[in-house]
Design a protein around this ligand. Structure first.
Ligand code: PLP
Length: 370
């Protein structure tokens, strides 16, 4: 039996009928751009995240750019980012005119290395930093990152594109952040029916500027107090996301169960893997198995032969991307991000995976690593 890496069609029994009803309502009330449905989503996300303000926007990359711009990060400023992340983190820095400095990862939690981060901050005095919560959890040193940046006046953005549902010290990971960004790309834990994103913050002034920047810097319909752009959230995305939120607890539970099961079996198979640090409840976004890079091609080939989908999130470190050369100000640390990128394998993991599928994946995987 073939098992895909991800299946976005596993809707709950009443989901499609409810969605059809919602589409009809949104169309009849012409809530195409904005509208009460967007406000409703922002309020739902505010309640769930515990952040004081939520501003919807067009996608997670824009969310990063909005956060950077709202923090006045621009021409010539330096921004620390992890060397292992999605390219959008790098791009966002460059797109606002700033220069990225990559910091190596800590192989214990696969997040940006805090000691190297401090070293980089002391050497380069960056204006801002982006900490990325990768794989469905966050850094074991999250508290240290936040307090160090506060103390040193470094604006810390938390890229929480993958972190919906991640719980840190009993609360949403978004709650204690100065500002965090999310993506609702369909494959995310909370995914939309198109591109969408949001910015979460506890600072009312930042929220106001983010909202203004994402709507052409408007002060009135044809009055423009800032140069922003169009990064509004569409009504259909907001409607779809509101509906998904009705089911998110069961989706998270189902993902977490499979993520934990994979880890249990990785241990039994002696496969190197990483568990979320203490203090975290993961959201089950990705499973992570780690191999020596030379072993990966043969494992990939076997999984392909067996019809098992898999990911290599992410296959290349930021500092090694051809597009980085022109913009990278510096790279701090060694080759751990590169090692991670060349050795990582992610097995299928999505809401409502059947036990039979998980077993099929694990038996193919056991054969592939033999
Ligand atoms: C860590 C990270 N940052 C940023 C993004 C960008 O989000 P989007 O694809 O919605 O622009 C993503 C999602 O793909 C991501 O995983």
């Amino acid at each position: 039996m073939a098992v895909p890496f991800i299946d976005l069609k596993r809707f709950e029994p009443d989901f499609l009928a409810r969605w059809a009803e919602k589409c009809s309502h949104l169309t009849q009330t012409t809530q195409f751009v904005g509208g009460p449905v967007v406000g409703e989503l922002e309020e739902n996300l505010r309640r769930i995240s515990g952040a004081e303000a939520v501003v919807g926007c067009a996608n997670g990359t824009d969310a990063l750019q909005l956060a950077l711009r709202a923090l006045n990060v621009g021409e010539g400023d330096l921004v620390l980012i992890p060397d292992a992340t999605f390219w959008a983190t790098f791009e966002a820095v460059v797109n606002v005119g700033a220069r990225p400095i990559t910091v190596d990862v800590d192989l214990a939690d696969l997040q940006m290395d805090f000691d190297l981060f401090r070293e980089a901050a002391e050497k380069y005095r960056p204006k801002a930093a982006i900490l990325v919560h990768l794989y469905g959890w966050g850094s074991a040193k999250l508290a240290e990152f936040r307090s160090y940046c506060r103390e040193k006046g470094i604006a810390l953005i938390e890229d929480g594109a993958q972190a919906h549902g991640v719980v840190w010290r009993g609360e949403s990971i978004y709650k204690g952040a100065l500002i965090s960004t999310v993506s609702f790309y369909p494959a995310k834990v909370l995914g939309s029916c198109g591109d969408a994103g949001a910015v979460y913050t506890n600072d009312a002034e930042l929220a106001k500027v983010v909202r203004q920047l994402g709507n052409h810097g408007r002060t009135t319909h044809y009055g423009h107090g800032l140069v922003g752009w169009n990064s509004r959230l569409a009504g259909f995305d907001a409607g779809f996301l509101n509906l998904c939120l009705d089911y998110i607890d069961q989706r998270l539970e189902s993902r977490r169960r499979v993520a934990a099961l994979y880890r249990e079996r990785f241990t039994a198979m002696n496969v190197c893997h990483v568990a979320p640090p203490a203090d975290y409840v993961e959201n089950g976004y990705l499973s992570v198995a780690l191999f020596e890079p030379e072993r990966r091609p043969a494992i990939e080939a076997k999984l392909k032969e067996k019809g098992i989908g898999f990911g290599t999130v992410y296959p290349g470190a930021m500092s090694r991307q051809p597009g980085a050369e022109q913009w990278l100000h510096a790279r701090v640390g060694g080759e751990k991000a590169d090692l991670l990128c060349r050795g990582v394998i992610n097995l299928p993991l999505f809401a409502y995976m059947k036990d039979s599928e998980v077993e099929e994946v694990l038996s193919a995987f056991a054969e592939a690593i033999r």
